[in-house]
Write a protein of this length. Structure first.
Length: 319
């Protein structure tokens, strides 16, 4: 098991470095200058003189070679120093810690909803293969896999406001300050965020269950006279859920990053809204810190899913 963990860790390090390098390079090749944006103001009005722009670039460290900027930034990231925003001057680390619980609450709620809906529907669809139930579940899954979550969010807001006069609470309420308001604000974006992942889980659970149902040991169990419920629950279900369990972990990372657009749609002050604001201002330090943070979450979640998969299936860790 130790060699398996070592191999997974060895793959995680270059993945994380590659993600940070890609984000750094893409930000630098995009047109525009953050120094000019700061000097021109929010609406883009006003003249940005050459001398103040160059002076601000020196103050922000943007005049140094790219390799030096990347090396300094990566060194600071690895030591836990996220730096300060180029635009507001606020500490990025404190800003991330302040907004992290909001996005984490949304992602956790979405994971619970997607698992509670997708896995049972996938199992039920596999057991009732080629019936109207199976066709209904598969059609539902295809629909939600093809519909963008931001479009569903805008549709919910449009229908809620125009037809029912419902407006999501303005401002964010923590669960320990006002549980009802917090759930009211998070339940719709969490359900929308979970819809795509629930459809994906349903399809994967169905495929995994159908594959297990064709195994010889299940025919042997039925030949021994075991009840169908015992065959499905005791012998089929445990094996079918092994690959599904890893998908649940991967969903957590996907939902964590996928909350960006929905946080902007529902005015939720999480990491996503911070990222969107940083993109608007070309705030390099905030964008890079966000990418580094999300990439770290993805790497850790992937590592955890690999370890869980290895524990559940010895063939994987000995391969």
């Amino acid at each position: 098991m130790s060699s398996y963990v070592t191999r997974r860790l060895a793959l995680a390090v270059p993945t994380l470095l590659g993600a940070t390098l890609l984000a750094f390079v893409m930000l630098r090749v995009l047109p525009g200058d953050v120094a000019e944006l700061i000097l021109r103001g929010e609406e883009g009005s006003g003249a940005a003189l050459a001398t103040p722009v160059e002076q601000l670039r020196r103050e922000l460290g943007l005049d140094r070679p790219l390799w030096e900027q990347y090396g300094t930034w990566l060194r600071d990231m690895l030591t836990g120093d996220f730096g300060r925003s180029l635009v507001s001057g606020r500490s990025i680390g404190q800003e991330l810690l302040h907004r992290l619980p909001v996005t984490a609450s949304l992602a956790v709620l979405a994971v619970l909803l997607s698992t509670a809906v997708g896995v049972p529907l996938g199992l039920f669809s596999a057991v009732r293969q080629d019936t109207w139930v199976d066709y209904l579940v598969r059609s539902w899954a295809v629909f939600f896999l093809g519909v963008p979550t931001f479009w569903l969010g805008l549709l919910v807001l449009l229908v809620g406001v125009r037809q029912f006069g419902w407006i999501p609470p303005l401002g964010y309420y923590t669960p320990w300050s006002d549980m009802a308001r917090s759930l009211e604000q998070l339940v719709f974006p969490a359900a929308i965020l979970a819809s795509h992942q629930a459809a994906l889980l349903a399809r994967m659970t169905r495929s995994s269950m159908l594959e297990v149902l064709r195994e010889d040991y299940l025919r042997t169990a039925r030949a021994k006279g075991l009840p169908e419920g015992t065959v499905l629950v005791r012998h089929a279900l445990s094996n079918a859920l092994v690959p599904v369990s890893t998908m649940v972990f991967l969903n957590a990372g996907t939902l964590f990053a996928g909350a960006v657009v929905l946080e902007a749609v529902f005015s939720i002050p999480g990491l996503g809204s911070l990222y969107v604001e940083a993109l608007r201002w070309r705030d390099y330090t905030v964008i890079q810190a966000y990418v580094f943070f999300v990439a770290t979450v993805f790497v850790l979640v992937n590592l955890l899913s690999d370890l869980v998969y290895g524990l559940l299936d010895p063939r994987i860790r000995h391969a």
